[in-house]
Design a protein around this ligand. Structure first.
Ligand SMILES: Cc1cc2nc3c(=O)[nH]c(=O)nc-3n(C[C@H](O)[C@H](O)[C@H](O)COP(=O)(O)OP(=O)(O)OC[C@H]3O[C@@H](n4cnc5c(N)ncnc54)[C@H](O)[C@@H]3O)c2cc1C
Length: 385
């Protein structure tokens, strides 16, 4: 596979890097402390086309490929993983669904404002009692005589939850059909019966916005069904397949940000009469970290290339996410180790990487679930071969 980046890819990478350093970095530490949402940054990201990167220009997006998205995500996450997850959810979990399954009318009405960043969106699959096993949706959509649905239930852990206007919501509309009775709807925050919970106080990605949602008889007209009734579970899973490339790139960015800080520190810190990067134990740590990051980057780019080529990318995306999230934890921990005691305090900025990295092993399918996805795909391939 060719990993050569084009001039256009390099330009996008550079633009994302400059934006991250100039616009995101100055407030990242403070927002991590306060948990304040990066409102203005997200607005600017939208103006630059980073919130609808892969959405076709006819619907307001930048019309770029998935490789560009990986490159931009890494640069943003390197500086602030909280901003990166807002970007990832809007691109992969919201715009993609409407672009892929929506009607032209839905694209005009919902996708355009989301892809241009005028509004941001959320993806609502998890519930208080339902996470990895998303077949068991307790949120219901009950068909009414006039063709509308009444949505009742609750969603949990919703990224962009208090800030969004449009919400992709999965609900059980025909329990007799099990997961084939789940339907995908698009709801707005200002609908009667739509309740937004409090923002969660999290270990990491602290300035991202995560909350619970409640629905009490929220009336939804059929023009807000995405795809067909009963197609929701398939849509939810396909969406997460692509989303995993975004989260893998987020993990990669967290790792590469921590690594860069660690390398710089080894030139400054002296022990036993020399810079610590002259100690073989430190050199070996740096070598291991670099190896893991480069491998994760290749997996992310490979998953993106396979997706761009139109082939099945389920295994590649799961492998990229599983590996990148695992090494993000390892690299962040080693970056702290290289800093010694200074790594353990906020001032030196690497402890945030460890706190931010952990979520990449949990959302959009835990690491355990990624193992299941990879194994299922590879066994299918071997069975065919
Ligand atoms: C900060 C944050 C943001 C999030 N954003 C969103 C969002 O925007 N939208 C959304 O819908 N959800 C979101 N989530 C939810 C997230 O996707 C779930 O937390 C995740 O899928 C795991 O589900 P769970 O928490 O219910 O864990 P559970 O499914 O209860 O799992 C508990 C443990 O059991 C393991 N496990 C479960 N099943 C298996 C199995 N078959 N084999 C082996 N091990 C298994 C899991 O790996 C895990 O270790 C977010 C979560 C957080 C914390």
């Amino acid at each position: 596979m060719n990993f050569q980046l084009s001039e256009d890819h390099l330009a996008i990478q550079q633009a994302a890097r400059e934006f991250a350093e100039q616009e995101i970095a100055p407030s990242a530490v403070e927002r991590d402390k306060t948990g304040d949402f990066p409102e203005e940054i997200i607005q600017k990201l939208g103006e630059l086309g980073f919130l609808g990167m892969m959405t076709p220009p006819e619907w307001g997006g930048a019309g770029l490929d998935c490789v560009s998205y990986v490159l931009a995500m890494e640069e943003i996450a390197k500086v602030d993983a909280s901003v990166a997850v807002v970007m990832s959810v809007n691109n992969s979990l919201v715009c993609w669904v409407i672009e892929t399954y929506g009607t032209d009318e839905q694209k005009e009405r919902f996708l355009r404002p989301l892809a241009t960043g005028q509004k941001i969106g959320a993806y609502c699959l998890s519930e208080p009692g339902v996470g990895s096993d998303a077949t068991q949706q307790a949120t219901t959509g009950t068909l009414q005589p006039d063709g509308s649905y009444l949505i009742n239930g609750a969603k949990n852990w919703i990224t962009n939850g208090t800030r969004s206007f449009h919400y992709i919501v999965f609900a059980q509309t025909d329990p007799s059909k099990g997961h084939k009775g789940i339907t995908c709807f698009i709801l707005d925050q200002d609908m009667p019966g739509f309740e937004v919970g409090h923002k969660e106080d999290k270990l990491g990605i602290r300035s991202s916005d995560t909350c619970a949602l409640g629905f009490t008889d929220v009336r939804v007209t059929p023009d807000r069904i995405i795809g067909a009734p009963g197609q929701g579970f398939k849509i939810a899973m396909e969406t997460l397949n692509g989303g995993r490339i975004g989260i893998a790139s987020q993990a990669l960015g967290i790792a590469s940000g921590a690594f860069e800080k660690a390398v710089k520190y080894t030139f400054e810190r002296r022990a036993f009469g020399k810079p610590i990067n002259q100690l073989q134990a430190i050199q070996f740590k740096l070598a291991d970290m670099q190896l893991k990051i480069e491998t994760a980057r290749m997996l992310c780019l490979r998953a993106a290339r396979v997706k761009d080529s139109g082939q099945n990318y389920i295994k590649e995306a799961a492998m990229a996410k599983l590996y990148a999230s695992t090494i993000a934890m390892e690299v962040a921990s080693q970056a702290i180790q290289v800093h010694g005691g200074y790594g353990y305090v906020r001032e030196y900025l690497v402890e945030r990487a460890l706190r931010d990295a952990k979520i990449t092993e949990i959302y959009e399918g835990t690491s355990e679930i990624q193992h299941i996805v990879i194994a299922r795909q590879l066994l299918k391939e071997y069975a065919v071969g």
